[in-house]
Structures are given as structure tokens and as C-alpha cells.
Design a protein around this ligand. Sequence first.
Ligand code: UD1
Length: 348
Amino acid sequence: MYDIVITGGAGYIGSHTALLLLDKGYNVHIIDSLINGFYESIRSIQNIHKNKKLENKLFFYKCDLRNKELLRKVLKSIQKNGSNNIDALIHFAGLKSVNQSINEPIKYWNNNVLGSVNLFEIMSEFNCENIIFSSSATVYGDNNFRKIKESDELRPINPYGFTKLAVENCLNNIFHSPLNNWGVIVLRYFNPAGAHPSGLIGENYKGKPSNLFPFICQVAEGTLEKITVFGNDWETLDGTCVRDYIHIMDLAEGHLSAIEYLLKNEKQFLTINLGTSEGVSVLNFIYQFQETNNVRIRYEFGDRREGDSAFSVADSSKALKILGWRAKRTLSDICKDGWKRQKMIAKL
Ligand code: UD1
């Protein structure tokens, strides 16, 4: 069976993807510094799989990608623990707060860019030349209320977005180098939300959440009193911003499709949006959460948040055409599974 390395596999998207790959029989090697990831997610993956033997299937290596020496040792161990060959790597590891990146840009370039370049260098040494890179819709420029295509203009407006684009460009340079033979798929995510239906894994936070969905969950649970909706005077139907919320398990399945594609096809450089193609306003999301879970969400309208855009929705047709993937779960599934997870965290 294939050996897949997942950097950042103890994080939100990484842990759900690891779980799915294990379900499909892949051997999974997680590398995580645990700066933002949680070892608890690895234990939860083991719990969900308790009836299946994970010995020699799931491995964890604590390592910061900026530590090149250690990273080299880790890849050696991975070769030894696996079948001597790393078939592909999914690179999630990185910092992801837009706000923090504005205040601490050096930290973001150091973690996200330096860490990635180190990783690519060591991957080359080990002839590991298949990679899926976790990028973001934040790399796109203004969309004029049109669904965003991969070929649209790239114009990040914050340091986090610049670091994602820098890594995309680095991979593109590597792909075009005559000395290399890399296969690269860049996945640009829209707004991941929700949790595994068991509620055993989901998004864990260090500190107060800033994204909409975890905020809604905490208001529903009573940890936070109310949510401030950032602006009700946008040029949208109800005046609140519109986003493309994608269930975390759909996103994980997108990675599975990308891995299968990468392993079966000739080497290429692909950039693919992962979204639902459905726009949902902040108010609609709140209403859906209330209806699905029969709870009340208190909210108030506040000022617009700096750096927000009115509309960000994927054109996901390329993912369907090339990977045969499309998001299957509904907004109600996101609300149901995310709420289940929140109630489980509350009991911990
Ligand atoms: C943000 C990041 C994006 C990142 C994504 C990950 C910014 C500008 N962009 O996207 O780079 O890839 O998270 O999921 O931060 N909202 C409220 N009240 C709140 C929180 C959010 O009204 O307390 C609104 C926002 O104005 C926005 C929508 O909810 O319209 C979604 O916000 P959020 O979850 O933070 O995601 P994005 O801003 O779309």
C-alpha cells in the first residue's frame, strides 16, 4: 500500500484527511510541530479506528519543518517504517491567521515559506516528488461578484496570502526545472467548516476563534454571549458577506481524489479550487444553524471587518472535470456535525 506523508496532520484539515486516507488503507505518516496542531487529534484518529489495527499504518513524528537536520532524520525513519518509498506528501503545515500575519509578517514568512522551502529541499534528497499543497482562496484578487476560477487574477492583500502564493510559485519553479520530475497539485480552499460526523475530531483552537463557524458554535454553547456580524451594508441580498462554506469531510475527500490522481497520472502542475460553488451569507449561516440544531444564536450588527470582501465563492468545475470530485454535504450537515463536536468538547 502507498505511504503518504502529511505535514500538519495534527491540525484541522490534516487530521480529517489522515483519517480518511487510513480508512482507504493508505499508510499515513504525520509530521507536526504541534505549534498549532494537537496530539489529541492523533489519539482521536486512533479511537475512531479502534477496531482496525493501526500498527504499521499510522505514524507520528514531532518536527518543525524549519529544523532541517531533524526533518532529514524524520524522512529516513519514514522510509524505514514504510515500504522504503514515500509515494506522496500532503503539505498542510503552516500558520493561518490573517490577523496575526498582519501583525507578525516575519513569523509568517519564516514558518510558511522557510519551512516549505526546507521541506522541498529534503524531499528532493529522498526522491519524494509528488506533492499536494494546501493553499487558500485568499490568494485571489477582487472577483466582482463572480464565482472564482483558478485562472483569475492573483492578488493577495495580507501577509498570510502572500506566503501561500510564494509557496505556490516556488513549487511552480521546481516543476519547470529540467533537473526535477515533480508532480504538483495546489488546492485552494474556500471556507472549511464542520467536523467529522462522530464529533471525535474537529477544529481545535488555541485562544479565541476568529472564523465565523467556531464563533457560532461557541455562542450556541454559551461560552460567548453573541456574535457580531461584520457589516450589513454590503452589496449582497441581505447586506452580509457571502462565502463558500465547505464541509471538512468533503475537503478531506478532495485530497483523497487529488492523491489518487497524482499517483495515477503523468507528472503535472495543477491548481484546483475546493469549494461547493454555493454562496451563503453570514445571516443565512446563522439561521441554518438555529434551524438544524434548534438552538438560538444571539447576534448584533457591527462595522465591516478590515480586509473582508463581500463575496467569495468558488467555481468548482475544474475539480469535477479533472479529479471527478464535488462537495456532497449540505450546510445543514456542517451545522449538525460541527455542533455535535462542540458539545463533545464542552464535556471534556
Ligand atoms: C478567513 C481568512 C482566509 C482563510 C479563511 C479560513 C480573512 C480576511 N480571511 O476567511 O484567508 O483562508 O478564513 O477559513 O480573515 N464574520 C462575522 N463575524 C465574526 C466572524 C466572521 O460576521 O465574528 C464574517 C466575516 O465578515 C466573513 C464571514 O463571516 O464575511 C466568514 O469569515 P471567516 O470565517 O473569518 O472567513 P473569511 O474571512 O472568509
